[in-house]
Design a protein around this ligand. Sequence first.
Ligand code: FES
Ligand SMILES: [Fe+2]
Length: 350
Amino acid sequence: MRKPKTFNNPERFVEGWYWVMPSQNLRIGEVKPVTILGRNLVIYRGKDKRVVICDAYCPHMGAHLAEGQVEGNEIRCFFHHWKFDEQGVCTDIPCLTESIPVKLKTWPTAEKYKMIWVWTGENPQQPIPFVPELEFEEYESLIGPRIITNCHPNVVMINPIDAQHFSTVHQLPGDFFFEKVEIYQNALMFNNYTRGNEETFFGKLIHLFNNNNIYQICYWNGSTFTLTFGSDFIHLHIMVTLHLLKAGKCETQLIFITKKRRGIVGKVLNRWVLWLTSLFAGYFVKGDAKVLQTIRFDFKTPIKADQAIIQFINYIEKQKPLMWETWQLARSREVEPKENNKWREDLTND
Ligand code: FES
Ligand SMILES: [Fe+2]
């Protein structure tokens, strides 16, 4: 194997949609600092409820815009009161009557699954990641836990297609074989139809009322994957969305998703399914935690059973890589802005 350039690289990531924070953590008129993939950004919600994400530093003299104020749908810098609209155009300089062509860099944003997302390039080339099975369905979602691991996001991402570890770590004997399916551009999907072991607690649950198993993984933009598993009786969906942190660590956010059922019974059922999904996610996460905290990834000896992992590495290598120039700055920074720490704590306490 040639040495990959983007895969497992602690300073590169793939252009795509990245999660920022839960929607409920940003109220109308609020502005907060965030650091995403080593870049310092500012996020605010205007009067029209829309979220705006822009570079953190004012294009006048570099003041941090999270010190400023939201005015309508615009943001005013605290330092000399320059004002910028949601496209980053400077609309007011109090000491000047004419305008000057100065622009604040803004980033495409969206809200989905009760989460705020940012596209790390100029124009979104792809939709926000979704569960293929629910592409045209209404859904309910629940924000799950956030987990920090001591390895690169790509190393976390190969876990659900690591055929060998299903028996060794998760005690699911059976021949796991992942079949690559290409249905969306920029996404990589694998299906597995092998029956697992029905002796274990997990196996029994999965085989409850069913004949046909489903285990499907879909990778999106190199930074998120959706997992669908279950039986004829029920399909559970987990979205796992990841960030590269400094020094090649990883921040993972879990989102549980289910097809929306209507009525009072439907509502109760939706909640129950989301709760069940979180149980399953917990089972997998606990099993893998040990490995992901201490691994020093070095794929020296691939074998046939690792085929899907090699296909994933090739997929990552074909994506558009980005290197944000502020990595160095972010890495040298000891303390994150105060507000940022605050919402992170809130999230952890949930
Ligand atoms: S630094 Fe922002 S207005 Fe001067
Ligand atoms: Fe696992």
